[in-house]
Design a binder for this molecule. Sequence first.
Ligand SMILES: O=C(CO)[C@@H](O)[C@H](O)COP(=O)(O)O
Length: 228
Amino acid sequence: MLEELKEKVYRANIDLVKHGLVIFTWGNVSGIDREKGLMVIKPSGVDYDVMTPDDMVVIDIRTGEKVEGKLKPSSDTPTHLALYRAWPEIGGVVHTHSTYATAWSQAGIDLPNIGTTHADYFHKAIPCTPDMTEPEVTNDYELETGNVIIKRFEDMNPMHTPGVLVKNHGPFSWGKDPHDAVHNAVVMEQVAKMAFIAYQVNPGLTMNPLLIEKHYLRKHGPGAYYGQ
Ligand SMILES: O=C(CO)[C@@H](O)[C@H](O)COP(=O)(O)O
């Protein structure tokens, strides 16, 4: 079932290792087949070195039940499902513990848009979620992590700013498919690193808002002209 999607999701997971975003068994990538109502996600706690496409787990998006796979799905499965249910435009979700984006998550502040590298991919600051409360952590923690992300995007377009920092935890990103979601995770890590260095060099730095609009819109606006 879904052999092509399993291969894509597997490759996207391995790409996290290739790009240095995860070690050991950290992080996870999923992809979705909206027509069939199914999600494919990596198994929980399996080392990337030994993982195969056949290890990918198929989940029913509506019920959250496993419909195929010999292994347990990622522990973050309910978070991925919450995002797919809330945002019909997305086709891939990524979670990592990449160093700089995780450091910003642990610091608990939004990652500001202070350069054109950020503005090329993320229109606004990459938001950080608020503290999770006692019932959220105790009951259905992974599902509530998704709900906290969705609430943080109440007044934001998730396709314009395709990433979030979950406070004291780490980054999640998404995209039109698993490959695109990984691409956004790689960019988020780079802009987190650049922002960290920039604030060291000049804690009083400023961003020209004209550049944010120019760079975001020339790639993603109605008259986009970047690339071929
Ligand atoms: O956030 C965490 C752990 O804090 C997880 O994302 C792990 O990093 C990967 O878990 P599995 O996907 O292997 O269950």
